[in-house]
Design a binder for this molecule. Structure first.
Ligand SMILES: Nc1ncnc2c1ncn2[C@@H]1O[C@H](COP(=O)(O)OP(=O)(O)O)[C@@H](O)[C@H]1O
Ligand SMILES: [Mg+2]
Length: 381
């Protein structure tokens, strides 16, 4: 099957591109006012759940002025490839995958969309990530839960979903962001009800019934003109040497469970891979079923850090922001230097900026994050 292709390249946060950022309104919030607003909503808190901001992903394509990342991943997904998104912890894998799948859901109209089925694996029963049948059952349960949650979402959100699923115009789609983990494609016709009746038809399915169920789930989505893609964005946390060492999951998950998924599910696959898995002999790099890799890049300079901070300023104030609005040149350089010296974790860099913001506001008169604020924040960690 060939999935639809779509354009996602060059879309930044809220659709802005690097070029568009040049034209900034003169009266946008700046200086201490901006810092205070950002502090109030914890805009630099690296946990998006805590900050509550959405739309803060700055595409790596924008950061690197290339089409090697989001655009390449979107092209791979729409051409039915199975994609591994590779990087160290905190490098942006979850953020990247969310952005790519969101953009694909919004780029296509009803009857030609990508249906991203996000399957959590991190906090699941070990059997789910080591036994193909348990994983398949988990996928079916996850779809059932999604389908039933569609009926419970508030009216206003349901309306937004229908609008996004209708994909009328790009401007209208922008306002209709996906929230609460219920994907827009579920608003399509009576798909949620259909999926619910499929997934609840068998209570404790046997192996054969399970693969039949998997087929029916896929067929239901395909009949609605949707291309199902299993999205596993938290499979990168089973590291050796950590407190909760679950590295023994890597071999069965990548060696047995995912190959079975590739064989049994007529669906796409996007999976987060910690870069250190690549050196494990169990990681099936050359088996062919995980046939495309996107390795996230390192942020190449202070300018890239400025763009990340500007996206968060923009999400806070709902106005475009400039690269230098949040931090001055030395502040950006210090943040970038710390990032480069470390493992390449955007999360860690953002956390340092978050602390630096508190330091700057505690000082009383700061207009932007300066080098000294970042240095003091660094020293306090
Ligand atoms: N390209 C990006 N644009 C904006 N924020 C990013 C980007 N990449 C990473 N982040 C931020 O860095 C933090 C860690 O990213 P995350 O996607 O959770 O990393 P990973 O999944 O690789 O551990 C999050 O707060 C995320 O929002
Ligand atoms: Mg992640």
């Amino acid at each position: 099957m060939t999935a639809p292709t779509g354009e996602t390249a060059g879309r930044g946060w809220d659709g802005a591109t690097r070029a568009e950022v040049v034209s900034l309104p003169m009266n946008r919030p700046c200086g201490q006012n901006l810092l205070q607003m950002m502090h109030q909503v914890a805009a630099l808190d690296p946990s998006p759940v805590r900050s509550g901001l959405t739309g803060v992903h700055v595409p790596f394509d924008v950061l690197t002025a290339s089409t090697n990342y989001e655009a390449a991943a979107a092209a791979a997904v729409t051409s039915t490839a199975r994609l591994a998104v590779i990087g160290p912890s905190g490098s942006g894998k979850t953020s990247f995958i969310g952005h790519v799948m969101d953009a694909l859901a919004h780029t296509h109209g009803v009857g030609q969309g990508v249906a991203a089925l996000r399957i959590p694996v991190d906090a699941e029963d070990p059997a789910v990530v080591t036994e193909p049948a348990a994983f398949a059952a988990h996928v079916v349960r996850t779809v059932a839960r999604l389908a039933s949650s569609q009926g419970r979402i508030p009216q206003r959100q349901a309306r937004q979903h229908r609008m996004a699923a209708g994909a009328v115009t790009r401007a209208r789609q922008r306002g209709a962001s996906v929230t609460a983990g219920v994907p827009t494609w579920l608003a399509h016709g009576d798909l949620a009800a259909q999926l619910q009746s499929v997934t609840t038809s068998v209570h404790t399915p046997t192996g054969a019934e399970l693969s039949e169920l998997a087929d029916t789930v896929v067929a239901t989505l395909t009949a609605a003109g949707l291309y199902p893609v299993l999205v596993i964005d938290d499979s990168d946390t089973w590291l050796a040497g950590t407190v909760a060492d679950r590295s023994s999951n890597v071999a069965p998950f990548f060696g047995r469970v995912l190959p079975a998924v590739a064989r049994d599910w007529n669906a796409g696959l996007v999976v987060a891979v910690h870069e250190s898995y690549l050196t494990m002999p169990e990681y099936p790099r050359r088996d062919g079923w995980l046939n495309t890799e996107v390795r996230l890049p390192r942020l190449s300079g202070a300018d890239a850090v400025g763009l990340l901070l500007a996206a968060r300023a923009s999400a806070t104030t709902h106005q475009p922001a400039g690269v230098g609005d949040v931090a001055g040149p030395e502040g950006l350089a210090n943040l970038h230097a710390d990032y480069i010296a470390g493992p390449g974790s955007v999360r860690q860099m953002m956390s340092l900026a978050h602390t630096a913001l508190t330091v700057a506001l505690d000082g009383g008169s700061a207009q932007r994050l300066e080098g000294a604020h970042v240095a003091a924040a660094r020293a306090s960690l």
